[in-house]
Design a protein around this ligand. Structure first.
Ligand code: NAD
Length: 500
């Protein structure tokens, strides 16, 4: 057993999972750190997916009647177990997704945070009471559990996105069937084990959560099954384009968290020290593999050269390599296809007149794929800039008027995260206003990545329009009923209708 496989095995054991690699396992867990195998599983069969759906559907029949604050007890216990196993889970995230330990720990902290949020929420699933237009009548809204929530998640946030969905779904009275990314099966097993243990600890039915594993085809079964009341799917726009019509055709509910193409405007009045720090973390952090990674800087022409020079200087100090090594800030790309996509995009940008300021080279060789983060100055926003390339390429465009900056910013098909660096209040407020950024997330003087769980998370346009995590995102996980109660001895009709 290699060192990294041993580390994965140890982390799983501390969580209470004993993996006995089946000889016929075709679902191979690989670490992008070296490209080597660190585990092997058997993907779920169609019958197993069906059985998982049946169990989740059956568990829902009683889970929905458990009082919401009692349901919160499971999530409270999950948060406690996540806190106890924070290091173990973060280790698995680094091994499977390649994040540096600090970011992996941050991802697990996000899980703990959403558990806290969801426990509080379990006592706050408020409905409104409205004034009825009829005397002796009460008008109100009540919120009820929805059913089985199917969760499909991406490789780059292998645990946080699951917890955003699951913590909220469970307090809302739903049960969950989860299909994680085929690139991160071990973290998924660990999360499932911790949740099952939380259920047992507090005397809840462990069948409220089901894990199915495997490639896209396994997810397709979840998408088309009418027992899945809500499909929450996180991944590429390509995936969303395939799954959304299938769910719509059966009148299911869908929550889409798809790709972004996040931009930051840097105005002449910006605090450049702060802008550079925000830009470098957002663009190069997580090796550019966050949905909220910064991909486009739109900078005023008067400061463009200076800003680019400063970002390039900072990039020169970024250490790329094994995320477990001290001082490394940029880990590996997930696989070879990812590096190929990066190289192809840079070639295309060059062909469109782009100037590569730095980066874009492969670092090291063998079965792993590390790349130096790239900065590419573009004469205009060509199609390669409008596409999301899931790798650390930062395109730089210039503007002369603020209106032009906003136009450039919004002229991409995606609408996830955005930022402006300015000390001009008019510009800042305009960016956040109705004619400003068209994204689901719009920030002032911070980068595009690193959202907190308290706010609703998601984006517009091809990002899919879904919202999850904090604020009132829970409403997507419940069904709303409007109730009118007549406590009078008359039967007045609404709108003054007289029916004899
Ligand atoms: P991906 O689309 O390749 O896969 C995501 C998940 O969808 C995987 O579990 C995959 O097996 C599944 N899948 C793919 N096709 C499917 C189909 N037809 N039916 C059912 N399931 C299917 O994405 P990825 O490479 O894992 O992740 C990177 C992408 O995810 C980027 O585009 C990134 O922006 C996006 N992302 C978005 C958010 C967000 O919140 N908006 C968060 C994380 C990642």
């Amino acid at each position: 057993m290699s060192t990294l496989e041993g580390r994965a095995d140890e982390a799983l054991r501390r969580i209470g999972v004993h993996l006995d690699d089946p000889a016929d396992g075709t679902l191979v867990a690989r670490t992008p750190i070296t490209g080597e195998e660190i585990g092997r599983l058997r993907p779920s069969t169609a019958d197993e997916v069906d059985a998982a759906l049946t169990s989740a559907h059956k568990a829902f029949q009683s889970w929905r009647s458990v009082p919401a604050p009692v349901r919160g007890g499971v999530v409270r216990q999950l948060g406690i177990l996540l806190t106890q196993h924070k290091d173990d889970l973060a280790e698995l995230v680094t091994l499977e997704a390649g994040k540096i330990p600090s970011e992996a720990l941050g991802e697990v902290q996000e899980m703990i945070d959403i558990c806290e949020f969801a426990v509080g929420l379990s006592r706050q699933l408020y409905g409104k009471t409205m004034a009825s237009e009829r005397p002796g009548h009460r008008l109100m809204e009540t919120w009820h559990p929805l059913g089985v929530v199917g969760v499909i998640s991406a490789f780059n946030f292998p645990v946080a996105v699951w917890s955003w969905n699951t913590a909220i779904a469970l307090v809302c009275g739903d049960t969950v069937v989860w299909k994680p990314s085929e690139a991160t099966p071990l973290t998924a097993i660990a999360c499932d084990a911790l949740l099952k243990r939380a259920c047992i600890d507090v005397g809840a039915d462990p069948e409220i959560h089901q894990l199915i594993q495997g490639p896209a085809a396994v997810g397709e079964q979840l998408v088309s099954d009418s027992r899945v009341a809500l499909l929450s799917a996180t991944g590429s726009v390509r995936m969303g384009r395939t799954v959304a019509p299938v769910v719509a055709a059966r009148f299911g509910r869908v929550l889409l968290e798809l790709g972004g193409n996040n931009g930051a405007i840097v105005a002449p009045s910006a605090d450049l020290d702060l802008a550079v720090r925000g830009i470098v973390f957002s663009a190069a952090g997580t090796a550019g593999q966050r949905c909220t990674s910064l991909r486009r800087v739109i900078v005023h022409e008067s400061i463009a050269d200076e800003l680019v020079r400063r970002i390039a200087d900072a990039y020169g100090q970024l250490e790329v390599g094994d995320p477990f090594d001290d001082g490394v800030l940029v880990g590996p790309l997930i696989n070879e296809a990812s590096f190929t996509a990066m190289a192809t995009a840079i070639d295309k940008a060059r062909a469109d007149g782009g100037e590569v300021v730095c980066g874009g080279d492969r670092v090291g060789d063998g079965e792993s794929y590390y790349a130096s983060p790239a900065i590419v100055r573009m004469p205009e926003q060509t199609s390669v800039v409008r596409d999301e390339t899931f790798a650390p390429i930062l395109y730089v465009l210039t503007y002369s008027t603020f209106d032009e900056a906003i136009e450039l910013h919004n002229a991409v098909p995606q609408g996830l995260s955005s930022a402006i660096f300015t000390t001009d209040q008019r510009e800042a407020e305009s960016f956040l206003g109705p004619e400003g950024s068209d994204c689901g997330i719009a920030n002032v003087n911070i980068g595009t990545s690193g959202a907190e769980i308290g706010g609703a998370f998601g984006g517009e346009k091809e990002t899919g329009g879904g919202r999850e995590s904090g604020s009132d995102a829970w409403q997507t996980y419940m069904r709303r009923a409007t109730n009118t109660v007549n406590y009078s001895d008359q039967l007045p009709l609404a709108q003054g209708v007289d029916f004899g």
